[in-house]
Design a protein around this ligand. Sequence first.
Ligand SMILES: Cc1cc2nc3c(=O)[nH]c(=O)nc-3n(C[C@H](O)[C@H](O)[C@H](O)COP(=O)(O)OP(=O)(O)OC[C@H]3O[C@@H](n4cnc5c(N)ncnc54)[C@H](O)[C@@H]3O)c2cc1C
Length: 462
Amino acid sequence: MIYDAVIVGSGPAGVFAAMELVEHGKKVVIIDKGRVIRERKCPITEGKSSVCLNCDSCSIVSGWGGAGSASDGKLTLTTGFGGNLEENIGEDALLDLIEHVDKMFVKFGADNHAYEPSAEVARATIRKASAVGLKILPARIRHIGTDASREVLNAMYEFLEPQCDILMNTFVEELVVEGGRAAGVRLADGTVLRGHDVILAPGREGASWLAGVVEKLKFPIASMPVDIGVRVEVPDSVCEDLTKDFYEVKCLYNTPTFDDRCRTFCMNPSGFVVYEYNKGHDLVTVNGHSLKGVKSRNTNFAILVTKNFTQPFSDPIGYATHIAKLANMLAGGGILLQRLGDLRDGRRSTASRIERGMITPTAAAEPGDLSLVLPHRYLTDIVEFLDALNTILPGVNQNDTLLYGVEIKLYSLRLQLGKDLSVPVYDHLYLAGDGAGVSRGIIQAAASGVVAARAILQQKSC
Ligand SMILES: Cc1cc2nc3c(=O)[nH]c(=O)nc-3n(C[C@H](O)[C@H](O)[C@H](O)COP(=O)(O)OP(=O)(O)OC[C@H]3O[C@@H](n4cnc5c(N)ncnc54)[C@H](O)[C@@H]3O)c2cc1C
């Protein structure tokens, strides 16, 4: 059998591509190495373990719905965040797609309420922030809703399941290319699934797998930034003046010492810091999410430093994973935790110093010293950013603020793709989502899947 489309990855990019294609009667197969929603259970978030057990398939990042589907997902409904899709399709087309994807989420059960600061609150915050060089990007955010995330994704599964083939717990070994075009994929057991078109949407978790495909087939690479940083945890009270209006404060900063671009990322009011196990690289990094019913008293968010490297360096993923592995090495296989005050004082954190502090960590992490892991440049950027952020989040740079390390984003392989996300050198091949560096969040990942699907639908011969 030859499918109209073979889709690798059942994250938002893969799922939305499939929904678009089946709506037009196409024969589709979706393949994912992870589990179906009901079997996606992280021993830590289920309260069965306090440490990462390195499960065969990490339920936090892998499986139906893709990364983060155990959380209560925030949908960023504004261009300028969550990815680079605008560079491929332009702002107007992206806005249309955001609206389309958002409506689909609501249709499948997402909460109807969206957060948006009033013009007055946004103006006042922007004014205050700009005085210290912070750029605030007010965004419209839909919070899919407490526990609704899994239900929404499950509803999408039940919608698609009768209309296409879904292979979960199935690892795609490689892309099959014949005569200059994508012809299908080869599974781990050697089975070849043939398709007229192939969409690769393996997410950040599959970024290293995609890097292997890219290297083998020599795809053109556009640019290679790498995001490295820490997850910050503070009491809700530090952020709630802003999070009640913005839900998530998106902020950019060029640091005074190194002129590096830093940003806040993925803010979770009353949320939890979580482990992200990257099996491909055999490492654990840090992330954050919020949950239904179970609320913490802390807000967490990432501070990420984005760096572009110059030739001859060509391995940003290798660089970032090297740093993450250092943290794992010093933390006995997990993640490191340090009080900001200890970092500033040039000493490691200890369990008793953290216990005496005013913030109870929401993740089990090893007290230690991030200065043994992160290069001086990154640490300086992070400390300077926290000082500036204190203007709009008073208390964020206090000594007890917790820093977990490290957080890295492995969507650093940014491929040169056409407007329709096609790969220029191979026909019938499309890349979508975080893994290809197109998106950095649910909405743009889903939108990129729709772009690839529509390109397939527009082909005359399909
Ligand atoms: C804890 C956490 C919380 C998050 N919260 C939010 C949020 O609130 N809002 C937001 O916008 N974003 C959030 N994100 C980010 C968001 O989840 C991603 O941006 C989005 O899921 C990317 O979609 P994607 O389709 O590109 O890839 P993914 O969702 O990563 O899905 C890719 C899928 O491909 C599969 N795969 C990879 N390689 C292979 C292979 N070789 N064979 C078979 N299958 C493969 C993986 O198992 C995975 O299921 C969060 C992420 C995490 C980890």
